[in-house]
Design a protein around this ligand. Sequence first.
Ligand code: GTP
Ligand code: MG
Length: 362
Amino acid sequence: MLRAGLIGFPSTGKTSLFQLLTSVREASRTTGKTEANVGVSRVPDERLDNLTALFKPKKHVPATVEFADMGGAPGTRAGAAALLDVAAFRNADALLHVVRMFRDPAVPHAANSVDPSRDVRTMEDEVILADLGVVERRLERLERDLRKGGGADLKKEQEILQQCRATLEGGRPLRALELGPEEAKRLRGFQFLSAKPLLLVLNLDEADLPQADRAVQLAGLDAFIHGAATRAVPICAKIELEIAQLDDPDARAFMADLGLRESGLDRVIRASYDLLGYISFFTVGDDECRAWSIPRGTPAQAAAGEIHTDIERGFIRAEVVRYEHLLARGTLAACRDHGELRLEGKEYVVQDGDVINFRHAT
Ligand SMILES: Nc1nc2c(ncn2[C@@H]2O[C@H](COP(=O)(O)OP(=O)(O)OP(=O)(O)O)[C@@H](O)[C@H]2O)c(=O)[nH]1
Ligand SMILES: [Mg+2]
């Protein structure tokens, strides 16, 4: 499952957003210790809804994203160095930086003024500094070990970390580094925060909602989001809270009044999913219709492992049909009759929207 950590300065709306995204109303407050509250959201997917309408299965299982919000006392431990102590953040696949754009004078701002581009830059610097600390400690250690006569492997690690240090000292995040697969693999173990893809969640003022499409420009972040693995998505947590309290038809009417096509939460979840380059494939049947998440470029056999390691191990072949074809024909048999059901081997690269039945030995 895909994991995202919510970071941000105090009172920017992290916990509000977390509760909205995960429907965890009462976040557990652990005092003293650094712990994160973790919750799960469903990835909205119209395709799965349509497949469910077609198969009328007993169960319908959407893809999910896990979100982590910093627990503990509100307004404390927002700094990036603190996040390094918390496994849920170190292990995250992506960081979601909740950026305050709402102006409400009733909610004090940690820096006494609302300035999204300053906050984004400051957080980036903190994240870079936290990683630099990790790099420097490791480099010192490596130098000692190399003096005692370490091998070529340590030397290689030193070279990569020196490259990281130069990048970080230049004020650039590690996600900006272009690494080969070998180097990327070596760095993965360090779980650097600045290497994680970054989604800026711009928490708009209600009054700015009509200009949501221009949120990035309003925030002065055009240049920033051109960085590698960096995106932005606008939302208004306050409005979303109001929508969440309405029944479905009322919520839709309210959204239409505001000119919103989809809920901001759906946008945040989808943007996280896109940022990470994840795609979905589907399994269908009378028992269950289900969406599975995999990184783009995953071969069929590895995709089978997402369902069960036994299916991966005993993989024979994948029966694949495009979602669009299945929806148009109505049944798998009709797709087969029209030559739209393909048999693929283990190297087949699974495509977004594939409906797959894995044949496997037991
Ligand atoms: N006006 C307005 N207030 C908001 C919005 N989002 C959050 N708030 C308010 O801001 C305050 C802080 O919200 P939280 O969600 O607790 O913020 P947080 O980032 O988790 O704060 P800490 O955990 O204390 O750092 C609460 O009183 C919220 O009701 C918004 O979009 N507009
Ligand atoms: Mg909070």
